[in-house]
Design a protein around this ligand. Structure first.
Ligand SMILES: Nc1nc2c(c(=O)[nH]1)N[C@H]1C(S)=C(S)[C@@H](COP(=O)(O)OP(=O)(O)OC[C@H]3O[C@@H](n4cnc5c(=O)[nH]c(N)nc54)[C@H](O)[C@@H]3O)O[C@H]1N2
Ligand SMILES: Nc1nc2c(c(=O)[nH]1)N[C@H]1C(S)=C(S)[C@@H](COP(=O)(O)OP(=O)(O)OC[C@H]3O[C@@H](n4cnc5c(=O)[nH]c(N)nc54)[C@H](O)[C@@H]3O)O[C@H]1N2
Ligand code: SF4
Ligand SMILES: [Mo]
Length: 747
């Protein structure tokens, strides 16, 4: 196979290629459309403004901006940052383009057409807020607080979410970060080590880094990529388990080309091997773990051979991985993953990862799982009020939970089912804030029907998107570069080197433009109109940030004088808390009707002629939210479908061919995209980047570019323990020039 990216070359270019695509390159690739905010060079009088925090994704790298007059012309990492430092990624860089994108929402809009086929009328804020307050209050009065569902995501969505959840009192909140992203990981680790794991792996100090489906380098969070690269530079061995030759697989010592959906079998075989050969950390298990005997008994069927057959990989490779982990334990980073909503059998896989970490004794040790100790900050928000009536949809009539290990909020599928059936109660009001539920949640048709049956839909966003097309009122929020916002507290990215902590708050780098408003203003004005004026916790966003900072003895004024970042001494992160305990066999799980010992649950396989649709990140985009950014669009204009090259030859397809996809129930993609043939993907799967193919014509750059992966996910599966979605159970064939092309069987 022609994989010739050597590790050395990668390390040399990593900071450029993986972490920061230079601005000059991005601009050079522009295709002559005048969206660049840059004025002719020559002025040396740029002013540097600090206190920015990026939100082109959710990692919140700290920024400084270069200003020419009132105009922001460049973003850079804040040199004072002990997190991202001076590095930002391509998306962070392209924030400038986002800020001045002419397609951005500018004024409150009212839909005077149909939902899904909007005709927008510009209205004033008073009219818009009156309408939102009146309609939501009506729904609350008629159906109770549970009649309102909230789909929030991102830093500005917390304040309005807490208003509806705590003060109004609806349980029906579905955060994308929980139910389509990392919720399963968090609750599976809670059920094993009593805490959510974050991505707290001490990679810089690891002897082995073990990634299961995490493709760091394409999935970019700057300080996390820095940790990963530092680990490799320090000589860590890298194991990557992925059906695809990902950016991290390309740097690996062992690439496990696993059959999709079978990871739990692989992990169980490794653990069984460690246990039966006594290569696990018996002392650590003895001291901290409960239920070892039942655990050992429960996984004993998983021989290397059995797993090899199930996972379609050599038994010798599973053994090689197990030996490598054992030889380097406890200094092993078993990455807990982040987007883990895969198949609906995911809670068991995430439990397995936590149990494997335990067998290696890799908690709170150098190179292992180590939660950085962050400084304390305030959490000012709405107060929880007592409410009568309307139970949580996750509760059965007898009070038992349908999905007992669910993350906070209510599983999306339960909200959608209630909305569509009116049982156990109707859901008639919807607030979408910083989320795109059309392109984020499987079964778009269902989501559209849910929105269609609402009495009122409010959407608060910064861009027009496929979700905003379903709003009755669409409100424009100020962007992360124009507002004060949440406080971020963290630690030095390589905390073994230096125990240091920081507190940063988001400050505007430019004044808000057009009629955009912030989350506190919008929420408070709606709250007043719903009769909750007495409950309003803060009058302005600045007041909220100041209150959160006060807990740490800081204020916005003080922070401004410190270039937006307050540094302080940190604590030794390797000290294990006294209550630390590992639950290998979980009785609570068993009582609730689930396996108490991690168990492999096979998933449906593609029927003849089909391959499984896999998806993931690319370095230059964040979901759907960056699609309209022309700098990023030019870096990757569509989302090429990775197709195994031998299959492509049999199918008569070559690189660059334009194709569509059709799924197992005959749903055809609305748009087409290119083919990328490669030996770097299994024959039973294809892969494409998530987030393309918007249908909203108001996104003039992005509309119809590439294929929307979510549109093909017509079948929504859920993880039974948590109720979060499984999203990789879609099977597809190709369509070219109107003709359907079967995918030959993988032999
Ligand atoms: N098919 C498929 N679905 C997925 C995934 C996948 O890989 N494939 N990934 C899953 C994962 S891991 C996640 S985390 C979720 C993400 O799901 P979402 O959070 O829905 O992600 P986006 O598509 O980026 O939509 C975010 C919306 O927020 C808007 N926005 C951006 N900044 C602001 C702001 O400052 N204020 C407001 N009010 N709005 C703002 C954007 O314009 C956009 O409309 O998607 C999940 N769903
Ligand atoms: N550039 C960029 N970076 C991002 C984001 C972004 O939008 N853009 N989003 C951020 C967010 S919110 C999240 S949650 C993370 C998500 O980042 P990750 O947690 O890394 O998740 P995905 O991008 O969904 O990862 C998909 C990988 O899993 C592999 N895979 C598919 N099926 C299987 C399987 O059955 N087994 C195994 N072992 N592997 C499989 C795919 O081939 C692919 O390499 O990225 C974060 N970083
Ligand atoms: S990783 Fe990139 S997009 Fe995300 S916050 Fe940092 S600079 Fe911004
Ligand atoms: Mo995510």
């Amino acid at each position: 196979m022609a994989f010739n990216v050597t590790r050395r070359k990668f390390l040399q270019t990593a900071s450029l290629a993986a972490v920061a695509l230079p601005l000059s390159e991005v601009i050079a690739s522009e295709s002559g459309i005048t969206r660049s905010p840059l004025e002719p060079p020559g002025s040396l009088t740029d002013e540097t403004v600090s206190g920015g925090i990026c939100e082109m994704c959710f990692w919140r790298c700290q920024l400084v901006g270069k200003k020419r007059g009132d105009r922001l012309v460049k973003l850079e990492g804040n040199p004072k940052s002990i997190d991202n430092g001076t590095a930002i990624c391509a998306r962070g860089n392209a924030g400038i383009q986002f800020l001045y994108d002419p397609d951005r929402l500018k004024f409150p809009l009212k839909n005077v057409g149909e939902r899904g086929k909007p005709v927008w009328k510009k209205i004033g804020w008073t009219e818009a807020l009156d309408e939102c307050g009146k309609r939501l209050a009506e729904i609350e009065k008629k159906y109770g607080p549970q009649g309102i569902a909230v789909f929030p995501h991102g830093s500005t969505a917390k304040y309005p979410m807490h208003f509806f959840e705590r003060t109004v009192g609806t349980h029906n909140v579905s955060e994308a970060s929980f139910f389509q992203c990392r919720g399963i990981r968090d609750t599976a680790y809670m059920a094993t080590i009593g805490r959510a794991p974050g991505e707290f792996v001490d990679m810089p100090n690891a002897k082995v880094i073990f990634l299961l489906g995490s493709h760091i380098g394409e999935n970019i969070h700057v300080s996390h990529v820095k940790q990963f690269i530092q680990g490799l530079q320090n000589g860590a061995k890298l194991v990557v388990v992925d059906p695809r030759y990902s950016a991290s697989a390309a740097k690996s010592d062992i690439w496990v080309k696993i059959k999709p959906g079978t990871d739990t079998a692989f992990l169980l075989a490794i653990m069984n091997y460690l246990v039966t050969t006594k290569k696990y950390n018996a002392e650590f298990i003895e001291e901290y773990a409960e239920g070892f005997d039942k655990f050992k008994e429960g996984i004993k069927e998983w021989s290397l051979e059995k797993a090899a057959k199930e996972c379609d990989i050599p038994a010798a490779q599973i053994k090689e991985v197990a030996e490598l982990l054992a030889a380097n334990a406890p200094n092993v980073s078993v990455h807990p993953g982040r987007h883990v909503s895969w198949y609906g059998n995911d809670f068991q896989r995430q439990r397995s990862l936590a149990c494997l970490t335990a067998l290696l004794g890799a908690f709170y040790v150098k190179g292992g799982w180590v939660p950085g100790k962050n400084p304390k900050i305030g959490k000012t928000s709405w107060v929880k009020k007592e409410h009568e009536g309307g139970h949580n949809l996750n509760e059965n009539e007898d009070g038992d939970l349908k999905h007992p290990f669910t993350p906070p909020g209510t599983p999306t599928e339960l909200i959608r089912d209630a909305a569509l059936t009116g049982k156990p109660y109707p859901i008639k009001g919807c607030v979408i804030w910083g989320q795109n539920p059309i392109q984020t949640i499987p079964d778009q048709d269902k989501m559209k029907k849910v929105l269609q049956q609402m009495d009122f839909v409010l959407c608060v966003d910064v861009m027009p998107t496929d979700a905003t097309m379903w709003a009755d009122i669409l409100l424009p929020e100020v962007s992360y570069l124009e507002r004060y916002d949440l406080v971020k507290a963290g630690t030095q990215w390589d905390f073994a080197q230096k125990h240091q902590q920081y507190i940063a708050a988001r400050m505007p780098l430019v004044a808000p433009m057009f009629e955009r408003k912030d989350q506190v203003f919008i929420t408070n004005e709606i709250a007043k109109r719903m009769g909750y004026d007495k409950d309003i916790p803060v009058k302005t966003i600045e007041e909220l940030v100041d209150k959160d900072l006060e807990v740490a003895g800081l204020s916005l004024d003080k922070l401004k004088k410190e270039d937006g970042i307050h540094l302080m001494d940190g604590k030794d992160p390797y000290t294990m808390p006294e209550d630390f305990e590992i639950i290998l066999y979980n009785e609570e799980l068993e009582d609730a009707g689930f396996p108490g010992v991690p168990t492999y649950i096979p998933v449906e396989q593609p029927p003849a002629g089909y391959a499984r649709l896999l998806y993931g990140r690319v370095p230059v985009h964040t979901f759907n939210r960056t699609q309209n950014n022309i700098w990023l669009k030019n870096a990757m204009p569509d989302n090429p479908i990775w197709l195994n090259d031998e299959l492509a030859a049999k199918m008569g397809l070559k690189d660059g061919d334009m194709v569509g996809l059709v799924n197992q129930v005959g749903f055809k993609s609305r748009t087409t995209t290119t083919v990328k043939t490669t030996p770097g993907i299994r024959k039973d799967a294809i892969f494409m980047a998530h987030g393309y193919g918007t249908a909203n014509p108001l996104m003039t750059v992005a509309v119809n570019a590439g294929i929307d992966d979510t549109s093909l996910m017509t079948k929504a599966t859920v993880d039974p323990e948590t109720g979060a979605h499984g999203m990789r159970n879609t099977f597809v064939k190709f369509v070219k020039d109107g003709k359907v092309i079967d995918i030959p069987a993988a032999v």
